[in-house]
Write a protein that binds this ligand. Structure first.
Ligand SMILES: [Fe+2]
Length: 473
């Protein structure tokens, strides 16, 4: 069975192909048209996927699209009445979605009637969760998707068991962690689509002095059983006018309209920073507070999810789950022991690398990786491989403490980085001693200059001090 997945008319337009359950190719359109975060219809990505799989369009059995216009229909209709201009914009995008079979046939200059594939609309966050869980090695896992907005929801969580996902809850529009982060990113003068990662980096240079203000902007109760959060909407505009987005054209980077209101400036004590204005310490502090609040809510949601699902593994997806600073704290801040982030890769632990298959798979991704360097001979240099093998010292140690080699975790001392430091510092010491000995010999034998021999003077002084003076008669 051949399944084609298409992410179209959305940031990071892309395509993926699965043949009989195996992922053959997955690629973003921006790799072909060199437009960052390219939206529109991923024609080149689809052509590439089919070429890689060796398929013609008529051999595709199913096409999945990560958007379902019927999901949260009541909420969508309610906001459509309140925001007619936004509703008109979204309606245009939905019309484009209904034309996906024609657009797909157009990629290959085919007649749409010749396409035999069945088209499926998958709700946005369910598609996110599936993209993470169904490629994970877990039989059972907690699932969390968090992003700006998709199908009028911003977060979704549940459980994955076997080949099934159970959805336990979601946070619907207008409350969104992703839009909160984007709004403060814009307030800090970073207006381009996808600039959030710069603010995550900037946060490291500040102190979260405005954390209390951030807590008022996003409320989250870590003690309640409810997994969601709420935005204080007076600081935002997207619930009044709708988030203004443009991502219909493939040759343009998407744009996002202004998300924060004037109240945000009043709350944070200063007007928004203009993109060309200098970055001051208060901007760094604000970025730090934003990142700290995101971590409180994101890690808090994960803690609740761990308690609800009793699972040790978690699969994450969505734009918020790309915040690698927050992800780096998951193992310390939550009971989860295994984590899979999107399809971009698995966080490998030292224990994982000890398994030869996983090690081979991981190093197989590194171009021209020398196959002779396996885990035991390269990532961990064992004491048995050191030159002391041939020396008598090893035999003495064996005699004095049988099994000493296995009893110690030498890996900490002898990992390749620290082993390099060890060898280079030993070499530097040896060179210094050789130079010192040569200079001493040169001064004594050639120049015949009297030298101050500290060690000899010290011994003589000590001997004189402790000896009884002889009194000559
Ligand atoms: Fe999304």
């Amino acid at each position: 069975m051949n399944i084609l997945g298409i992410n179209a008319y959305h940031g990071n337009a892309s395509a993926a192909i699965l043949c009989d359950g195996q992922l053959i190719a997955a690629v973003e359109e921006e790799r072909f048209n060199r437009v960052k975060y390219a939206a529109g219809f991923p024609s080149a990505a689809i052509r590439y996927c089919l070429k890689e799989a060796g398929l013609t369009p008529s051999e595709i059995h199913h096409v999945a699209v990560p958007r379902n216009p019927y999901a949260r229909l009541a909420t969508k209709l309610w906001y459509a009445l309140r925001m007619p201009s936004f509703a008109r914009e979204r309606a245009k995008v939905l019309v484009k979605f209904t034309g996906i079979p024609e657009a797909l046939a157009g990629v290959f200059d085919w007649d749409p009637k010749k396409l035999l594939a069945k088209f499926h609309r998958v709700e946005h966050h369910q598609a996110h969760l599936a993209s993470s869980y169904f490629v994970s090695p877990f039989e059972n896992a907690a699932l969390l998707s968090a992003d700006g907005l998709g199908d009028f929801a911003s977060s979704m969580w549940g459980t994955g068991t076997g080949n099934r996902m159970r959805i336990d809850g979601c946070v619907a529009f207008p409350h969104s962690l992703g839009l909160f982060y984007s709004a403060v990113t814009q307030y800090l003068g970073f207006l381009k689509f996808g600039d959030e990662y710069k603010i995550m980096g900037l946060a490291a240079y500040g102190e979260p002095t405005q954390l209390d203000a951030m807590r008022e902007i996003v409320s989250f109760d870590p003690r309640s059983r409810a997994n969601g959060f709420r935005l204080a909407l007076e600081y935002f505009t997207h619930h009044r006018s709708g988030p203004e987005m443009s991502w219909a054209e493939a040759d343009k980077t998407p744009t996002l309209g202004k998300l924060f209101s004037e109240e945000m400036g009043k709350k944070l004590g200063a007007p928004a920073r203009a993109p060309e204005a200098a970055l001051e310490q208060r901007h760094r502090d604000l970025a730090s507070a934003l990142q700290a609040r995101l971590e409180e809510v994101y890690l808090g949601m994960l803690r609740k999810l761990a308690a609800q699902t009793h699972s040790k593994s978690v699969c994450l997806a969505g734009g918020v789950a790309f915040n690698c600073v927050a992800n780096g704290k998951i193992f310390d801040a939550t009971p989860f022991e295994d984590c899979l982030l999107y399809t971009s890769g698995r966080l490998l632990t030292r224990q994982d690398l000890k398994i030869p298959e996983i090690f081979a798979q991981a190093t197989g991704l590194v171009p021209a990786y020398p196959q002779a360097y396996n885990y035991s001979s390269y990532a961990h240099v064992r004491i048995a491989r050191l030159p002391m093998q041939g020396l008598g010292l090893r035999k003495v140690l064996e005699w004095a403490y049988p099994g000493w080699d296995e009893a110690f975790d030498w890996s900490l001392l002898l990992e390749r980085e620290s082993f390099f430091v060890l060898v280079s510092s030993a070499t530097a010491t040896l060179l210094f001693l050789l130079l010192r000995a040569y200079l001493g010999w040169y001064a004594d034998q050639r120049l015949k200059i009297p030298r101050f021999h500290f060690r000899e003077h010290l011994i003589r002084a000590a001997a004189t001090f402790f000896s009884t003076p002889e009194i000559e008669r």
